[in-house]
Design a protein. Structure first.
Length: 216
């Protein structure tokens, strides 16, 4: 079964080119293209138009990537957002991540990296190239150091700490369960419990917490 993708980009030629490239990806298919977030909202009125992944341009007229990703996070949290941009500026990256984007790519990436990003988001829930990861982690850790957080003193079990360490790797949750000799349901339980304890919503956040507390 192929995973469905919707492309949201106001540059029609770029959207068509991306669609053509992804038509060669074995595990994915493009449902349709939109020129902005407002058009996407109208399309989502039909459940048949809701994809697994939205490939989302950051800079668009009418309703840009920041507004669209926030709307998707609030209205369709199960839809994975992969942001696309011409710029690698820190402000746009952090803002998109905080609005729910699961990954961030520059538009000059190779088709191979685009396919890798799509597969990784499906399997692991997120994808950031090395340059983006360093910015995200640095920003989150600096923010955390300026907060009087009590989360560092939480009493976590050894199994929870082991799970946190694995969050830093590129392992899927299934691979984690095999590594820890437990069921995928148990892994899900660790994740949900830690997210609640630490007030964290994503695996990236758990990874940042692990690094910040010296568990890596």
């Amino acid at each position: 079964m192929k995973h469905s993708i919707v492309i949201v980009d106001d540059h029609i030629l770029i959207a068509k080119a991306l669609g053509s490239i992804m038509s060669n990806f074995t595990d994915f298919q493009v449902l349709y293209e939109c020129e902005n977030g407002k058009e996407l909202q109208h399309k989502f009125a039909s459940k048949d138009n809701i994809p697994s992944i939205v490939l989302l341009d950051v800079s668009m007229p009418v309703m840009n990537g920041f507004e669209t990703s926030k709307w998707l996070r609030e209205s369709h949290p199960n839809v994975l957002v992969l942001a696309l941009s011409m710029q690698d500026d820190e402000e746009s990256l952090i803002r998109m991540i905080k609005n729910g984007a699961r990954g961030y790519l520059l538009k000059n990436v190779s088709p191979a990296e685009l396919e890798k990003a799509l597969k990784t988001i499906i399997n692991n829930g997120y994808y950031y190239p090395e340059w983006a990861s360093s910015i995200v982690f640095s920003n989150m850790m600096n923010s955390a150091s300026n907060e009087n957080s009590t989360s560092l003193s939480l009493d976590l079990s050894e199994r929870e700490k082991e799970f946190l360490k694995l969050c830093i790797t590129d392992m899927s949750y299934k691979e984690m369960s095999e590594k820890m000799f437990c069921s995928p349901r148990t892994i899900e339980s660790y994740r949900n419990s830690l997210c609640e304890k630490l007030n964290i919503k994503t695996r990236v956040g758990l990874a940042v917490y692990a690094i910040k507390t010296g568990l890596d």
